[in-house]
Design a protein around this ligand. Structure first.
Ligand code: DON
Length: 573
């Protein structure tokens, strides 16, 4: 445990910066604002993960170390949502120099992947092949993401940040009702692989609530990563076990695929909405593009003063048009050219809004035709702010609950089924009944298109950090969260707000029961919107607000999930 005295000194420096407010920012109002929040905050989808991050911040780690700890802990205690067999995006803001970057730790298709690998001889999609078992798994990105985040941006050793996760894996965590629900959803797939069933089920059934679930093999894998960094996962004995396990069960991974995996540092997308600076995920996420395109369409309207019907109608129409473009243009930027600057321009928003009617829904079929995007349904998000003002918004995934439900023996690594985020065949629906197009076709080494939308929103007075899981609904949820922020509401409202969603096709508005009362439903119906009530509430948003004006930090975990948000002062140990 090195660097402890350093950490104390750094804390002192941070504290002085925060308390003395020596360096000041001057907003348009002319009021002086602190450059650091002095308090820290973490919001994550599981109490043990939030606790892990807090432990690291209290030891002198920064937000990046804490994000490593939270992400690694989630990989253990929320195995159905994310994991080191998966990947994701880390959006970072470094306070010292305002450096902003997105670590793209998205999984990559193995080298032997082929365009038609999920089709039978007649050219039909073979059900389940891109969802269950080793053929569904792309090469994981999270381990490399954690290593880069720690080594380049953190200040504590990687082993320290991974320690809470290792302990949760070895000593176990308590199975919750949420865990049981996810295990029930994926029970058939989990039962098929004896190694996976041995870890995540009890005698072939979801373990009882409160039972302690231990993952000793995962603890060893995390220790290998902690000791050897990237090589501890992507090379050596662990890599061999991963590849042997995958290939013995019919998968196509090679050692060369693992050795070739690299995280890409990408410039985030930056846009504006009514004076708010919006920073979000670039491709291979579709999130930032679609979010900014929707916000640009809404910008000319004074949403707060409009009647709820008009406001809701406009928001639905903005979603429809943004998701349409997402479907046509987006894929892995290392493989396809994407007209990002055009799509997120104000001029483009004006163009796509030209046929907008305030008195009638625009049928999706009347827009220039294109197939809709692929999506998924279980993932996680974490938000971190440290007392210096460093920020992380990270959305991490293994796609379906419990990913591919396949664990190479002796590794404890539950593999993702992110290959299903590719379009297996133009217009053939994926696991969620949706289809995709050429830009998102399978190719060796390509990253599947994602909807994950880790986002920062910022005015001189108010800095927000947010994101959520939820497949293609992620983008509409983050949009509603940004609108709640723009209305001056606190994070508790961003995460709790009742949700509605339109994704171009199918041409329907999905809504949580609390989103639309009977009158609004009737009025939207009259405008021509087809309303479909969601069978359950959705999303699991984690959000933080640093109000520089009020010198206050607040945070909130989505009430739909079991996560926790904490705000605390960082005092030296
Ligand atoms: O990257 C994506 O867009 C999907 N794999 C995310 C899946 C997801 O959010 C599931 N959430 N509940």
């Amino acid at each position: 445990m090195q660097k402890e005295s350093d950490a104390g000194l750094r804390w002192l420096a941070t504290c002085c910066a925060g308390l003395l407010v020596v360096l000041l920012a001057l907003p348009a109002t002319g009021r002086e604002l602190p450059i650091a929040p002095a308090q820290a905050a973490i919001a994550s989808a599981h109490p043990l993960a939030t606790r892990a991050g807090r432990e690291i911040l209290l030891e002198g780690g920064n937000a990046f170390d804490a994000a490593v700890a939270v992400a690694a802990a989630l990989a253990v205690v929320e195995p159905y949502s994310s994991g080191i067999g998966g990947g994701g995006f880390f959006l970072l803001h470094r306070a010292a120099d305002a450096h902003e970057v997105m670590l793209d730790a998205r999984e990559k298709a193995p080298g032997a992947a082929t365009r038609n690998m999920y089709l039978d001889e007649a050219g039909n999609v073979i059900p389940g092949l891109s969802l269950n078992g080793p053929l569904a798994a792309a090469i994981p990105g999270l381990p490399a993401g954690l290593v880069l985040l720690s080594e380049k941006y953190g200040r504590l050793p990687l082993a320290r940040a991974l320690a809470p996760a290792i302990s949760y894996a070895r000593k176990g965590f308590e199975v919750s009702e949420r865990y049981r629900l996810m295990a029930k959803v994926r029970l058939d797939a989990l039962r098929k692989d004896p190694t996976t069933a041995g870890i995540f089920l009890a005698a072939g059934e979801p373990p009882a609530s409160g039972v302690t679930l231990r993952q000793p093999a995962l603890a060893e894998t995390l220790e290998s990563l902690a000791a050897a960094g990237k090589a501890g996962f992507y090379a050596g004995p662990l890599a061999t076990r991963l590849v042997n396990g995958v290939r013995a069960a019919g998968g196509i991974w090679t050692l060369a695929d693992l050795a070739a995996y690299t995280v890409v540092e990408r410039a985030p997308l930056v846009g504006s909405f009514q004076g708010i600076r919006v920073v979000s995920a670039p491709p291979p996420s579709s999130g930032g593009v679609a979010l900014l395109e929707a916000l640009n369409q809404l910008e000319p309207h004074d949403l707060i003063t409009l009647p709820q019907l008009t406001r809701t109608h406009l928001t639905i129409e903005a979603m429809r048009r943004a998701y349409r473009d997402r479907a046509e243009y987006l894929g892995d930027p290392d493989f396809v050219d994407i007209p990002v600057a055009k799509l997120i321009s104000k001029a483009h928003a004006k163009e796509v809004s030209a046929n907008l009617s305030l008195t009638a829904a625009t049928p999706s079929t009347s827009l220039r035709p294109i197939a809709p995007p692929a999506q998924g349904d279980h993932t996680t998000h974490l938000s971190v702010l440290d007392a210096e003002g460093n920020r992380v918004a990270a959305t991490l995934s293994i796609n379906y609950p419990f990913g591919a439900a396949f664990t190479p023996p002796g590794t404890g690594v539950l593999l993702n089924d992110e290959m299903d985020d590719f379009s297996a065949k133009p217009n053939a629906p994926n696991g969620y009944g949706l289809v995709g197009v050429e830009a998102n076709a399978i190719a060796p080494g390509k990253r599947p298109l994602s909807s994950m939308t880790p986002t920062f929103v910022e005015t001189p007075q108010r800095v927000g950090i947010l994101g959520t899981p939820g497949g293609s609904r992620i983008i509409s949820m983050v949009l509603l969260g940004v609108l709640a922020y723009s209305n001056g509401l606190p994070p508790a409202d961003w995460v709790a707000t009742a949700r509605f969603h339109h994704q171009y096709l199918p041409d329907e508005v999905l809504y949580e029961p609390a989103a639309f009362g009977p009158d609004l439903q009737a009025a939207l119906g009259k405008l021509g919107h087809k309303l479909t009530r969601a069978d359950r509430d959705y999303g699991n948003m984690q959000a933080i607000l640093w109000d520089r004006d009020q010198q206050a930090v607040s945070a909130a975990a989505d009430p739909r999930g079991e996560g926790t948000a904490e705000v605390f002062s960082v005092v030296p140990r």
